[in-house]
Design a binder for this molecule. Structure first.
Ligand SMILES: [Zn+2]
Length: 486
């Protein structure tokens, strides 16, 4: 067998002002054929798992390019077309192939393309014809368009949010592909549209139980090969935005459709109960001051660069300053200009500095302080599970009992090691203010005395009922109370 693999991925918040081009991919991951490292990033596990699988089976794996950009705003048209056509050219050169196994994210939006992955998959299908197996791994924060479903034989999404299972799901994808190529099964996809949009952390109920049930059904239901929930991505204003269920069965579309509908209606019945309760910045600071034991982690859940926002909002920090709170460490505030000024001033310098709140409206005001530059680190990194996440050149500044890490590359606060990377002991502080919706939980919960989820300002469109969508359907919950009424 001869199999082609490649990856093309990012997550686009169409409301974000952080437009991106090829440089954003080069800053995160841009690997030409054969250059992909042994460790996968979020959406490139089909490549690294494919190496293992094909070595074991004695099959030929032809690697195309792999690109990943950190979530941001709209992708430049020329960038998407260049990355897409590069992979299509590699596929054409590799033909004939028996299968195409791709790593996608599924929430890309480019100038002129509401459905870049649909466009890409349709071109792949056109190139290889109807008989070659085409499959892909997706992030559940994606848009499952009819065009994608029509072009691919099957799709598998991460089940966990935080996405700790991206390698395991790539193994699922390959396991199904291998059995299909050996003629043991014929995967077909059935989809149910839940007519809703929500946020579904699997670190808590009720989604924990729902996902555990999916694992169980995959093991026990004869003929069921894979079950995925496409959570949807509410910050992507595209026509087919919303939550969907995918059931992949062994050539039994009716069985898949029935199961997908049953699961989808169950999910719909729990709408509005999935997300963790959030408080505003005033309540968050009050609660942090009341907490008997630190460090108290305040998560700025909606200024999460992992969801495409800038990561420079100052609403909560402004409240801490106004209340005169001390013994606080903030990680991070994205501000490349302030970082540049700190590097020019040097470690130990005391300088007047304006930082934060530069990139989007309703994210607070820039902060003006006389600060001491405590530590400067080039190309700083934090841990993220088994791998590392870069956050660029970073400066630790302090003023009035508050320490702030400024960074030059946008990154969500995955792990407390972002503080230690600059020499701050996160366990020694009373309050840690971080920017992340849910990915932080696994690592920060191990050191936190308490965790407070704070919704502050309006950096992210987190209330779909009132978000000014131009393209997304308005016939789903919570835009309408009952989307099932005719
Ligand atoms: Zn995601």
């Amino acid at each position: 067998m001869r199999i082609f693999t490649a990856a093309l991925a990012t997550e686009t918040n169409t409301f974000s002002p952080i437009a991106i081009d090829k440089r954003a991919f080069e800053a995160s991951l841009y690997a030409r054929p054969g250059e992909h490292p042994a460790t996968p990033t979020l959406c490139t596990a089909p490549i690294t798992v494919g190496r293992e699988v094909c070595a074991r089976e004695g099959w030929t794996l032809v690697e195309g390019s792999a690109s990943w950009a950190d979530p941001a705003g709209l992708i430049a048209r020329a960038t998407f077309e260049e990355l897409r056509d590069e992979i299509l050219g590699q596929l054409q050169a590799a033909m004939p192939v028996d299968a195409v196994v791709l790593g996608l994210h599924g929430a890309m939006v480019a100038q002129g393309y509401d459905d870049p992955e649909g466009d890409f998959l349709a071109r792949v299908r056109k190139l290889v014809g109807p008989d070659v197996l085409v499959c892909a791994e997706l992030d559940p924060h994606s848009h499952l368009t009819a065009k994608r479903v029509g072009a691919a034989d099957f799709l598998v999404a991460f089940k966990e949010f935080p996405h700790i299972d991206f390698v395991d799901r790539a193994r699922d994808l390959w396991a199904i592909a291998v059995r299909a190529l050996k003629g043991e099964i014929k995967p077909v996809m059935s989809v149910f549209d839940c007519r809703m949009i929500d946020v579904f952390p699997t670190s808590k109920q009720p989604m924990r139980g729902f996902v555990d049930k999916l694992y169980q059904l995959e093991k026990t239901e004869p003929g069921v090969l894979s079950l995925s929930v496409i959570h949807g991505f509410m910050a992507g204003d595209v026509p087919e935005m919303g939550t969907k269920i995918i059931a992949v069965t062994d050539n039994n579309a009716a069985q898949g459709a029935a199961l997908a509908e049953q699961l989808g209606r169950e999910l719909f019945s729990m709408r509005g109960t999935f997300m963790v309760a959030q408080v505003d910045e005033k309540e968050a600071v009050e609660a942090a001051l009341r907490a008997p034991k630190g460090p108290v982690v305040i998560a700025d859940v909606w200024d999460n660069p992992g969801g495409g926002t800038a990561g420079d909002a100052t609403v909560i920090l402004g409240e801490l300053i106004a209340r005169g709170v001390q013994d606080v460490a903030v990680g991070t505030v994205w501000d490349p200009i302030a970082v540049q000024i700190c590097f020019a001033a040097g470690e130990g310098a005391e300088i007047p500095l304006r930082f934060g709140a530069k990139s989007a409206p309703l994210t607070g005001d820039p902060i003006d302080k006389r600060v001491r530059v405590r530590k400067l680190v080039r190309d700083a990194q934090m841990r993220f599970g088994e791998s590392f996440a870069p956050f660029g050149d970073a400066a630790w500044i302090s003023f009035d009992g508050i320490d702030v890490i400024l960074n030059s590359t946008r990154a969500q606060s995955f792990d407390p090691s972002l503080f230690s990377a600059l020499g701050i002991d996160p366990k020694s502080r009373r309050i840690l203010l971080i920017k992340s919706t849910n990915h932080f939980y696994d690592s920060f919960s191990r050191i936190a005395g308490e965790i407070i989820y704070c919704a502050a300002g309006k950096p992210y469109p987190n209330t779909p009922a009132t978000t000014p969508y131009q393209k997304a359907r308005r016939t789903i919950w919570p835009m309408v109370e009952n989307p099932w009424a005719e």
